[in-house]
Design a binder for this molecule. Structure first.
Ligand SMILES: [Zn+2]
Length: 132
């Protein structure tokens, strides 16, 4: 799933979590839930760079609007953190096996073709924006 989608969902959940530590934990757990939603993933570095930048700007804007930005940011960081291993593996900089359950096949990570695989993510992002 796109990092922007993960980040917005994590930010929204984090804003409801009550503090930065619980927000981080909820964001981390949300990654597996979102990965279980059928989605389409890009496979290029330029797309990843754009996605990460868009996600960072969106979370920054959400945090700037929040009464307490720490849980918003912590939730977003927890939500995107699992994909760091995927990015590093793709770049040949992760010498270990993938760890996060939805990346190892221990939890579902279904693909969906275009346009459905993007529409599912837009729905999640829209729900997160409404919750923020
Ligand atoms: Zn992932």
């Amino acid at each position: 799933m796109f990092e922007t989608t993960h980040a917005l969902a994590g930010a929204a959940l984090g804003s409801l979590a009550g503090g930065p530590v619980s927000a981080f934990a909820v964001g981390l757990a949300s990654h597996a839930v979102l990965d279980a939603i059928p989605h389409w993933d890009y496979r290029t570095v330029p797309a990843a760079v754009v996605d990460v930048l868009v996600g960072a700007v969106a979370v920054g804007a959400a945090a700037a609007q929040a009464a307490d930005p720490a849980p918003v940011i912590a939730g977003a960081v927890g939500a995107v953190l699992p994909d760091v291993e995927v990015a590093l593996k793709a770049l040949g900089r992760w010498p270990w096996r993938l760890f996060y359950p939805s990346h190892t096949g221990r939890l579902p990570h279904p693909a969906a073709p275009l346009p459905w695989g993007v529409l599912t993510q837009l729905a999640v992002a829209a729900a997160a924006l409404l919750a923020l």
